[in-house]
Design a protein around this ligand. Sequence first.
Ligand SMILES: [Zn+2]
Length: 267
Amino acid sequence: MNKRITLLKAIVFSLIIIIPIEGFSWGVTGHRVVAEIAQNHLSRKAKKEIKKLLGNETLAEWANWPDFIKSDTTKTWKHTSTWHYVNMPGGLQEEEFIVKLKSQAGNNLYNQILVLKNQIADRSLSIEQRKTALVFLIHMVGDLHQPLHIGHEEDLGGNRIKVTWFDEPTNIHAVWDEKLVDFQQYSYTEYATILNRTTREQRESWQNTSLEKWFYESYIIADKIYAQTPDGAKLKYRYNYIFENDLNTQLLKGGIRLAKILNEVFQ
Ligand SMILES: [Zn+2]
């Protein structure tokens, strides 16, 4: 009896530990929206080079693979689990933020985006290696635009902030990964079409800032999310109303900027 209880405790305890870390990213729709928007802004050269790596498959088809492999039990991809986010303390000014972002060691979202860009462009690597790097990059530029992937370490990017979404218990990271996106009730192609109305001027203004600045923009929205979503918050229509614009802008910027990186890499 005692043993059983201990076993049960161990299981419950390990679930509690596992669940917060499992927070995915943008959910399947969000990542596909980012990828689909990017697909529409690729240069002719980039399209040609990407075809050599992905064949006739689209960026959107691959956008979620780096999350799917978290379920791989062979541990082949275990080392990539830290690539999806970077932890930052709250309340930093832009300059401090950028210094901290650049000086953080380890394979985090920021450092790894830089590594992947180089790998994709490196012709001494095999097609398979470059393809893997490309697929990760497609996914991670999406993650970079999900504000809570630039969140606080102590709450695991919001995974520990428990809220309800239309009375269903969840956490604020999951709300931003999936709930808000799914609430719009678009397929990824519909969503991409609806968002993808930009002027050249707008696109250039988003593309021509630094990668560090893109991280900072996400971080500022994360600050706003933290401020507006206390533990135990009951989220419904009003939450969508407050954040819908931020959500859509982030998805759109993600796509426009992914295209910029790919056009640059395949110049
Ligand atoms: Zn991710």
